[in-house]
Design a protein around this ligand. Structure first.
Ligand SMILES: Nc1ncnc2c1ncn2[C@@H]1O[C@H](COP(=O)(O)OP(=O)(O)OP(=O)(O)O)[C@@H](O)[C@H]1O
Ligand SMILES: [Mg+2]
Length: 268
């Protein structure tokens, strides 16, 4: 099983949107995906349905432990499940992270035993506090990045922070920087995308970028991945299939899928 976190220094760059759409794309491709909302603002719960806001979830588990399967919500797609953020108040009142890292590791172990192939951790903005812990315990991190001039300065700093986590013993590897809300037709946005592609080695930047598309706003207001917004998925939804394929390649998810398939054919 692979644990993948999304993270960013800045808020509102598209982390939650990427988690929902990428998670759903991976699930459509046959992976058993658990999407975990570690953001106390509950971006996933907000986005997916109003009733999930009142349910117990990740933060209840973080405070009291227990079996995560009791908090997991199934979706219409059997391969895609969600652990909503739950009720973060008690955790936030405590003001300390003691034991959180171990709890997160136990969560990942439980997810593996349940049979998930991939756990996606959506985080609150910033690489501190619980978001830092989520990144540190993950195998991989994806950094969504808006194509804006500040990126040229902030990306190297971010890479240094991730490198420090690794020297401190965290297993987390950088899956790639993902350009989001790209506006190819706007010279400023296109220029930054071009500069980032020149500045960073190809393996650090996903080939697939996510364009700015008002349909994402519409989809998140309805609590849907974009692929479910229309009968025929809009072009931006299909990009997430490309992204999922690229991610599989980058993090070696393909390999374990092949193993599962050959195992299945042995049983036939
Ligand atoms: N590619 C896109 N095109 C247009 N709008 C987008 C796109 N991606 C995300 N959005 C919209 O931008 C807003 C912020 O996106 P999102 O919530 O995914 O960001 P975030 O990084 O998770 O934010 P936060 O740091 O607050 O958790 C949302 O309203 C979302 O619908
Ligand atoms: Mg979010």
């Amino acid at each position: 099983m692979i644990a993948l976190a999304t993270a960013s220094q800045k808020g509102g760059v598209g982390k939650t949107t990427v988690c929902i759409n990428l998670g759903h794309a991976l699930a459509r491709r046959g992976w058993n995906v658990l999407l975990v909302d570690t953001d106390p603002q509950g971006g996933i719960g907000l986005s997916l349905s109003k009733s999930t806001r009142k349910k117990k979830g990740f933060y209840d588990y973080l405070v009291k432990g227990g079996e995560i399967r009791t908090f997991i919500l199934p979706t219409r797609l059997p391969e895609f499940s969600i652990l909503p953020c739950g009720q973060p108040e008690e955790f936030l009142r405590r003001h300390d992270l003691n034991g959180s890292e171990q709890r997160l590791r136990d969560l990942l172990k439980q997810a593996e035993l349940i049979g998930y192939d991939c756990v996606i951790l959506d985080t609150a903005a910033g690489l501190t506090g619980l978001s830092e812990v989520a990144v540190r315990v993950s195998d991989w991190v994806v950094i969504p990045q808006q194509a804006e001039p500040l990126a040229i300065r902030s990306v190297p700093l971010l890479l240094e922070t991730l490198a420090r986590f690794r020297t401190e013993g965290a297993p987390v590897r950088f899956a790639g920087l993902l350009l989001t809300m790209l506006m190819e037709s706007q010279p400023a946005s296109a220029k930054v995308a071009k500069e980032l592609r020149q500045m960073l080695p190809a393996q650090l930047l996903f080939t697939q970028a996510i364009p700015r598309d008002p349909l994402f706003l519409e989809a998140s207001a309805l609590g849907l991945p974009l692929s479910l917004l229309r009968k025929n998925p809009p072009p931006s939804a299909l990009l997430f299939d490309q992204l999922a394929a690229e991610l599989e390649e980058r993090i070696g998810l393909q390999q374990s899928k092949d193993q599962v398939e050959s195992h299945a054919s042995l049983l036939d």
